[in-house]
Design a protein around this ligand. Structure first.
Ligand code: PGA
Length: 251
């Protein structure tokens, strides 16, 4: 069966010292505490190696927030999937709406990134989600279908390593959460889109996370929905106690 997952997305927050401190706090809080989900923290590239050292032996897994669409070479400033993998990370967020919106990442680039992540044995946390206008004009199901279908050149085996994160853009960092019903409807839609291409087994085994102003006070209701398999957490992942509160929503 598919896994429940709570993943933190630190975005461009924390200095190295602050990040190490936060990781330390989290791994201490998780010590000797059984959790009913996988817990991943996705941190800035600069923090990966140090955070890996801090969380070694804990229940925390490590992820990056992006990787290059290129394998290696003359791409100044870029970080490749193999570099990410070599830090000890197991996951990488791809296609976050901030990358799509501010850095113009398109479906073709995201497929290339996904392929490189998979080739380097990283599990992509692949983000999809509509903007407010698309929610309001009713095109949101088609928009998200298109974003998921961008991955449909993957083989079934490759696709079975993908985690999807549904993050309605209007809910990210706005304090405005999708209702649990809106999340459930979209997650069921995404699972159906996946099953049309890859069949029920793969669709049923794909973890689909909700993201967008998820916090301890709403996580339980969201995660109780049958097709919501956890969360991708931005702001609330920067405070250890809040992140723990969300992890504990799986009890
Ligand atoms: P938020 O961000 O929890 O701060 O809304 C979620 C995300 O962008 O991954």
């Amino acid at each position: 069966m598919r896994k429940n997952i709570v993943a933190g997305n630190w975005k461009m927050n924390t200095t190295l010292d602050e990040g190490v401190e936060l990781a330390n706090e989290l791994s201490t809080m998780l010590e000797n505490r059984p959790v009913n989900c996988d817990v991943i923290i996705c941190v800035p590239f600069t923090h990966l190696v140090a955070v890996r050292g801090v969380i070694a032996g804990s229940q925390l897994q490590l992820g990056a927030e992006n990787c290059s669409e290129h394998d290696k070479g003359a791409y100044t400033g870029e970080v490749s999937a193999s570099m990410v993998k070599s830090t000890g990370a197991s996951h990488v967020i791809l296609g976050h709406s901030e990358r799509r919106q501010y850095f113009g990442e398109n479906n073709e680039q995201l497929l290339a990134k996904t392929r490189l992540a998979l080739a380097n044995d990283l599990k992509p946390i692949f983000c999809v989600g509509e903007v407010l206008e698309e929610r309001e004009n009713g095109s949101y199901n088609d928009v998200v279908r298109g974003q998921v279908e961008a991955l449909f050149e993957l083989t079934p085996e490759e696709f079975s390593n993908i985690v999807i994160a549904y993050e309605p853009v209007w809910a990210i960092g706005t304090g405005k959460t999708a209702t649990a019903e809106q999340a459930q409807d979209m997650h069921a839609h995404i699972r159906k889109v996946i099953s049309e291409k890859y069949g029920n087994d793969i669709a049923d085994n794909t973890s689909i996370l909700y993201g967008g102003s998820c916090k301890p006070s709403n996580a339980r209701e969201l995660f109780a929905k049958p097709d919501v398999d956890g969360g991708l957490i931005g702001g609330a992942s920067l405070k250890a106690a809040d992140f723990m509160g969300i992890i504990e929503a799986f009890d």
